[in-house]
Design a binder for this molecule. Sequence first.
Ligand code: ATP
Ligand code: CA
Length: 967
Amino acid sequence: MSSRARQRWHMARKAINLSSRNRKLLLRSLSHVILDVPDAAEDENQVPSFNINPKLLADMVNGKSLEFLNREGRVEKLTTTLESNLSIGISGDEDDLLKRKRHFGSNTYKRLPPKNFLFFVLEALKRMTSIVLLVCALISLGFGIYEHGLKHGWFDGVTNIVAVLFVVVVSATSSFGFSKRLQQLSYERTVFKVVVVRGGSHREVPAFEVVVGDVVSLQVGDQLPADGLLFKGFCLKVEEFVLTGESNTVEVTVRDHPFLLSGSKVIDGYGSMLVTSVGMNTGWGSMMSAMSREPDDHTPLQVQFHSLASRIGKVGLVVAMIVFLVLFFNSGETKLLDMFKTIAIFINSAIAVVELAIPEGLPLAVTLTLSNFVQQMKKENVMTRKLSACERMGEVATICTNKTGTLTVNEMKVVEFWPGRESVSYDDDGSIARKALELLNEGAILNTSSFVRGLISESDPEICSSPTEKQIIAWAVSENCTRISEIKRNCEVICVEAFDSEKKRSGVLIRKREKKEIHTHWKGAPELILVMCSHFYDKNGEVKFMTEGDRKQLEDIITGMATRGRRCIAFAHKRVREDSGQVCSNLQENELTLLGFLGLDNQCREGVREAVKLCEAAGVKVIMVTGDHVHTAIAVAKQCGILNPQEDQYDGVVVDGAKFRSYSERERMEKINGIKVIARSSPDDKRLLVKSMKQRHSPMALVGHGVLDASALHEADIGIAKGIHGSEVAKESSDMIILDDSFLSVVNSVRRGRSVYNNIGKFIQFQLTVNVAAFVLNFIAAVSFGQVPLSAIQLLWVNVIVDTLGALALAREPPSDDLMLSRPPVNQSELLMDSSSTLMWTNLAAEVLYQVIALLTLLFKGTSVFGLTENVTHTLLFNTFVLCQVFNLVNVRVMDKKKIFEGLKKSKMFLVLFMITILVQVILVEVINKVAGTEKLDWKQWITCISLAAGSWVVGLVVKWTHEKTT
Ligand SMILES: Nc1ncnc2c1ncn2[C@@H]1O[C@H](COP(=O)(O)OP(=O)(O)OP(=O)(O)O)[C@@H](O)[C@H]1O
Ligand SMILES: [Ca+2]
C-alpha cells in the first residue's frame, strides 16, 4: 500500500472508531466524518494549539477591557500566547495559517443562502396577470378536453399553459440573474486588501485571509480587517464602527486605549496592530453576516420598466375582458353547450391578446444590459460597486477629477532640486553641502508614512506609498545613496503628523539615538513650509537668516517651478534641545530652517488630451480639482487640453481653493459654470463643488482617492474611487472604482453608460413595435372573426421572440463610437421624451402602421382576392409577422443610422440569434405543420412574406431619411 493510501485507510479506521464512540458523528455523511478526522488526530497529538479562548479575546476588544488586557500581560504577553512576533509577524506558512484558522476561525462571515430560482418563479407566479392567465389557460384546457376528448383536446390548453409559464420563467430568470449579479457586487464590495507583516516582510493580502496573530500595518484611509490591539502608532485616529451603525472618531493609543474594532476606518496617523479576533467573532462580522442578503439596489430604469410592464399587463387584461365580452354578446349563442364552446375559443383569444401585450422583455432587457455593462467594464478596468451607477454614467454632464495619477501618469520624477536659492544639476560635481543634504535625506526617509514591501533592498527598495513619497524616497536612495536601514537604525520616531490633502504637509519628531538630539522635520506644499521658516541653508551649507528679499526670491523659485508644471515640495528642519528626559510630543512650527525644494515632474497620460476632447464633443465638462499649486495646475491643465493655451488664472476659469471656499453660495453658483480648474483645493472644496452641482441638477461624476474625499464621493451622483492609489475608505464610499486610476477609464464608462440607454432605447422600439402590432392585429381579428388568426403555439413562439430573443440580441450590442460625438448627455427625467427619442417614436409608429396594414390586408384579402384557403392565409400572416419582427430587429440595431448592416459582423450574438430565429421559423412552417398549425408554403409565398418583411427596412430608411432632412 502506498503511504498515502495507508494514511487514508488509517484515517478511515480512526474515523469509524471515533464515530462509534461518538454516535452523533455517525449521523453525518461518511465523507464529512473522514474529513473531520485530521483535526481530531492532530489535536490529539498537540493538544490545544493556542492556550487562549477566542471568545475571551473577542470580548476583551469588544468590551474594551483594559483590565483583562493587563491581566493577560498586555500586548507583549498576548503576542507570545498567539505565537506571533511584533516585529516580524507570524511565519505565515500554510500549516501555521491553517492552525490559526482552526482555533480562531477564518476572517470570513457566514452569508445567508441566496434566494434560489424557485423563489423567483413563485414570485412571478404570484403576480395578478400570471394568476388570471393561468386560470384562463386551465379553463381552456378543461373545455378542450371536454369538447374533443383527452387525446385530441389537450393541445391548445397545454400550449396556453406553457405560454403562461414561459412568461413566468422569463421574468423569474431576469430577477434571478439580477439578484445573482447584486450578490456578486455585494461580495466584491466587501473585498479589500491590507498590509500584514509575515515572516519579517510586508505583504499585501486580501482582508479575509487575515488570521489571529497577524501584524497589520495601518495607514490613513485603511479599513480595519479584524479586531485587534494597537502596539505601535502615531496620532492614530479611527472612525469607529459601532453596532448601531453610527460612527464616532476615537483616538487610539498604545497605552490607554489600544482597542481597534473591525470595520473601523483610519482617518489620521498610522500604526500597527496585532489581530486578536476575526470573522464571526467580531461585531462587524456578525453585522455583515446579518446584512449579507443582497441589498435592494434596483436602478431607476429597472423600477421604471418593471412598473411599465406590469401596467401594460393590466391594461392588457382589461382589453382582453372587453374582447371577451364583445365576442360573447355578439355571438348570440343560446344553447348552453354552444355557449361554453364559444367561451373556450374566446378565452384563447383573450389570452393571446394579453400575452402579447405584456412586455416582460423590458425588465429582462434592462437586467441583461446592466449585467453586460458590469462585465464589460470589469474587462476595461472599472469595477462597478453600485448598479445604478451604470445608468447614471450616461447622464454625466461634468467630470471632476484630480490630477495626479488620473490625468497624469502614476509615476512622478524628481527633476529639479534647489538647495537654497540655486538649482542643482546633476552634471555638477556634486558640490552640494553635505550637512543640508544629509538632513534632507533624513527627512525624506523618516518623514513619510510609506513602508518598504518585502525585504529591504538597499539600492532598489519597493516602496508602497503615494507617487509623491515614493519618488522622494527613491530620489534620496538613488541620487544621494542614502541607506534606509541605516537611517532607521540611527533614529527613533517619536511623533508624527501624517500627510493629508487638507494639511498639505507632514512632519515628524525624531530622536537621534547616538547624539541624543531631537529634530523636527517638515515637508509639504512650499508656501506653507516657507512661512514656518526663518532661516535657510544656502548651497554652500551655511545657515542664513531669511530676509524679506530672500523670501521673495524663494517665492519666485516656487512659482517658476510651478509654471514649469512641477509639483513642488519644500523641506524644512529644526533641531530641538533635548529637555532632560522630558517627553517632547509636539512638532514645532516656527523658526525652522529651509533645507530646499524638490520639483517633481508628472507627465500627462497618453491619450488624456484626446479623451478630454472627446468629453468636450460629448457635452461633458471636465473640471480639474487638484491640491497642487495654481501654476502647476494651469501648466498641467494646458497639457491635457482642459485649458486653452491662452486661458489664464485671471479669466475666472482657474480658482484657488481658498477663494472658492470663500464664495457665498450664490456667487459660487454663478461662477461654477466657468470654472475649469480648482487649485490648492482641500477635500472640502470637492464637497462644496458637489453640492453646487447638485443644486444645478447637473449630474456629475467625481474622482477621488483620499480618506477625506469620502464624503464628497458619497454625495456625488457618481463617486469614482481610484483603484491603485485610492484609500479603502474612499473606495467604500464610491459607486465605481477605476482599477487603473486612469481618466481614460472614466471617459470610457461614460460611453458605456450612454450605450446602456441606447441599447434599452433600441429594445423599447423593437418590443413595443411587436407588442402594439400584435395587439392591434389580434384585437381587430378577434372582434371581426371571433378568433385570433394565430394558433396557440404560434403565439407562444412570437412571445419568445418578443420577450427574450430581442432582449438577448440587443443587450450585448457594443457601444458605437458616435455615442460620444455631438450628443448631449442622456437626461433621465426626459428619457424617451427628449429630441433624440423623437426618431425612436416616429420609427416605432411607422413600423407599426406598416405592419398592421400589410398584415390586415393579407388577413382580409387572402381568401377573397388571392383565393387562398383560410389556413394558408393564416400561415402567411404568421410567417410575415415573424419575419417582419426579425427584419425590424436589424433595423432597430442601428437606431439612427441608415447603413443598417454596419458593424453587423462584430455583433456575433446578434447574428447567431438572428439565424436561430429564422431557422425555427422555417421548421415551424415547413416541418412540424401539424403541431404548429401551419400549412406548407411554396416558394412564391415565401417570397411574398420576405418582401413584405423587407418592407420594414424600406419604412425604416424612409423615416431615418426624413428625420435627417427635417433636423
Ligand atoms: N506626501 C506628501 N508630503 C508632503 N507634502 C505633500 C505630499 N504629497 C503632496 N504634498 C504637497 O501637498 C500638495 C497637495 O497634494 P495632494 O496630494 O493633496 O493633492 P491632491 O489634492 O491629491 O491633488 P492631485 O492628486 O490632483 O494632484 C502638493 O502640491 C504638494 O506640495
Ligand atoms: Ca409578452
